[in-house]
Design a protein around this ligand. Structure first.
Ligand SMILES: [Zn+2]
Length: 330
């Protein structure tokens, strides 16, 4: 048994949810199946460590999934003060819009019945949208939505690399077996300054979420932050007030965020990923560390332990770099 976020073996069984074996599915059907919740003693993540039998039951739920069953197929509304009621994805995207470019390409990762893409079509009229989902159930319906240019079902490996300005992962992360690993894969599909918009249930404000049999993860603000950071992202916006029972984060790359805080514009970004080398972020080139000849300081956007390890490794691998060039908080 290992934590699904940090891989620690120090996971503690908290016990069964409820006095009876009845549980619910995320599409709001009742099910007779016991659910057991565990907590990681290292990262604090609340989770279910599903057995093969649990995954078989969940597979049956997904085969006949009826998203938004209780609202006749429509997305849940939020009631923000001073604004008319609106779908929760519309509200979150509207709050994020000032931090997004005027034109871009959006990937809806786990598009379901297309709720996010309907909102995006209204708010981001000059963007292109692509959808990915495990099934083809809503393929034709989604392809007819304004701005949608592609639909991928099944294997995300087919997605184009370094292509997207925004990946939306909407009520999906709580379903996957290894959420941090999944977020880490997003780096390959995002442009260097691309962002990720996440929404998941907030177990601190909705503890009944523990009884949803196919929710593997039960995030709090702190554990979702940890999950995102361990996948190499930094929180650009925390939408805690946007939806009363959900966590909503806009994530970006830590180096882009740090660069906005520096007194001078950086000469370049360093990246060991050859697919990103040669691109630009806000006009600043991305360079491989082995190509750097300058003796200017290198600011590290990581905690001390990680920064030190990377600095020592790069200095030993790249003849042009010295350990004392790297700056980080100690
Ligand atoms: Zn953990």
């Amino acid at each position: 048994m290992k934590c699904c976020v940090c891989n620690s073996v120090r996971v503690v069984r908290l016990g069964k949810v409820g006095a009876k074996p009845g549980a619910v599915t995320s599409d709001s059907a009742l099910i007779q199946h016991p659910v057991i919740v565990w907590r990681c003693a290292d990262c604090g993540h609340l989770q279910k460590l599903h057995t093969e039998d649990d995954w078989r039951v969940i597979g049956e739920i997904y085969n006949d999934y009826a998203g938004h069953r209780l609202s006749s197929g429509r997305e849940q509304l939020v009631f923000p003060p001073g604004l008319p009621p609106r779908p929760r994805s519309y509200h979150a995207l509207e709050q994020c819009r000032p931090k997004l470019p005027a034109r871009g390409v959006l990937l809806d990762y786990g598009a379901g019945d297309g709720a996010v893409l309907k909102s995006a079509g209204k708010l981001l009229p000059d963007w292109q949208f692509q959808a990915l989902d495990i099934t083809n159930k809503f393929r034709e319906e989604i392809l007819r939505l304004p701005g949608v240019v592609g639909f991928t079902s099944g294997n995300p490996a087919q997605l184009p690399r370094a292509h997207f300005d925004l990946i939306v992962v909407w009520h999906t992360l709580e379903h996957v077996p290894q959420p941090s690993n999944m977020l880490r894969t997003f780096h390959q599909w995002l442009k260097p300054d691309g962002q990720v918009l996440i929404q998941v249930p907030d177990v601190a404000r909705n503890p009944y979420d523990l009884g949803v049999v196919d929710h593997v993860s039960h995030f709090t603000n702190a554990t979702l932050r940890f999950c995102a950071r361990s996948a190499g992202f930094e929180i650009t916006a925390d939408g805690h007030p946007w939806t009363h029972n959900c966590l909503t984060f806009l994530l970006g790359s830590p180096e882009v965020l740090l660069s906005t805080q520096l007194p001078i514009t950086p000469q370049c970004f360093l990246d060991e990923d050859d697919r990103r080398v040669g691109s630009k972020i806000n006009g600043i080139p991305i360079v491989h560390p082995r190509e750097l000849r300058a003796t200017t300081p290198i600011v590290m956007p990581f905690l001390a332990e990680t920064s030190r390890a990377i600095a020592l490794r790069l200095a030993s691998q790249c003849p042009g770099l010295k350990p004392e060039q790297f700056l980080y908080a100690d």
